[in-house]
Structure formats: structure tokens, C-alpha cells
Design a protein around this ligand. Structure first.
Ligand SMILES: [Zn+2]
Length: 162
């Protein structure tokens, strides 16, 4: 029998490798909800070396980014970060700015689950950069693909005078 991640159908053998001796399987000896039910903690024992350890299971929402052309991509925060960094082209911005923006993007994506619009992500990034660094903001606005349409870009430029 092949066990794929998340496909285990046995209550005793789970396909979770022992972190101590690397035995291929371990047994669950206790399983209880934690974090107000958002997490399940399992106490496991290795039949090979008798070591005990704990695993934490959390729901992973399959978040998607909906693009303008109607297609979707898996939501990846790392992609958003590299998009911002690429657009900034090495321009130094205050430490923490990108992290703050990414936190807001992540929160918005989870609120919009299972799908967040790429324009929404772009808007949050622009918003965060506008407050932090005008040049970075303009660079991102001009590079970010959803703002390439001249009209969008002009609209963004116009709001700079606020
Ligand atoms: Zn072991």
C-alpha cells in the first residue's frame, strides 16, 4: 500500500517517519484538539526506537489568486515578495515595510478565501508602498503587470497628488 501525504487511512500506522531513527512509520497514541479546534496535536511513538514526539495538524486552505484573464494561480506569499523586490530593483526601503505589506496581503487573501483577485493584491502592495516610499511605489506601479494598462497607471499617478 502506498501512503501519500494526507491519504493515510489507517488509525494506527500513519506514514509519519520517526525523526529519531527514521523508521518508516510511527503510531499515534494520543490525539487532541488544540488552539480552539484549529489544530490537532498527535502524540506519536516509534515502534522501532520507542521515542515519542508530537505532530501538529492544521487546515491548509487551497488559496488561489484570480487573474484578470480568468485563470488562477496558487497563492504564494513568496511570489508576492519577489514581485515586490523585483519591481523595486534593489531600491532600499525601510526595514519591515515589505513584511507589513505581506502581512496585509496574507490577511486579505485569507478573508477572500478560497480566491483573492490579483488586482486586490496589487492594490494592497501599492497602498503600502505609497505610504512608505513614493519612488518604490511608482516603480511597482509601472512594473506590476496588472497595472501595465496605461489607464490604470495614470489613475495611480493621479492619486499621488492627494
Ligand atoms: Zn524511531
Amino acid at each position: 500500500m502506498t501512503l501519500e501525504p494526507g491519504m493515510g487511512d489507517s488509525t494506527t500506522l500513519t506514514g509519519m517517519r520517526c525523526p529519531y531513527c527514521a523508521a518508516a512509520d510511527t503510531r499515534v497514541i494520543d490525539s487532541r484538539p488544540a488552539e480552539d479546534g484549529r489544530e490537532v496535536r498527535r502524540r506519536r511513538v516509534c515502534p522501532g526506537c520507542d521515542h515519542r514526539f508530537t505532530t501538529y495538524e492544521r487546515a491548509q486552505l487551497p488559496l488561489l489568486v484570480g487573474k484578470r484573464d480568468g485563470t488562477t494561480d496558487p497563492f504564494e506569499l513568496a511570489k508576492v515578495r519577489s514581485g515586490i523586490e523585483r519591481a523595486l530593483g534593489g531600491r532600499e526601503i525601510a526595514p519591515g515595510v515589505i513584511d507589513d505589506i505581506l502581512e496585509r496581503v496574507e490577511a486579505a487573501a485569507h478573508d477572500a478565501a478560497p480566491q483573492v483577485a490579483s488586482e486586490e493584491i496589487g492594490r494592497i502592495v501599492l497602498d503600502g508602498l505609497k505610504q512608505a516610499d513614493e519612488v518604490a511605489y511608482l516603480r511597482f506601479a509601472s512594473v506590476y503587470k496588472d497595472f501595465q494598462a496605461a489607464q490604470d497607471f495614470e489613475k495611480e499617478m493621479a492619486t499621488l497628488d492627494d
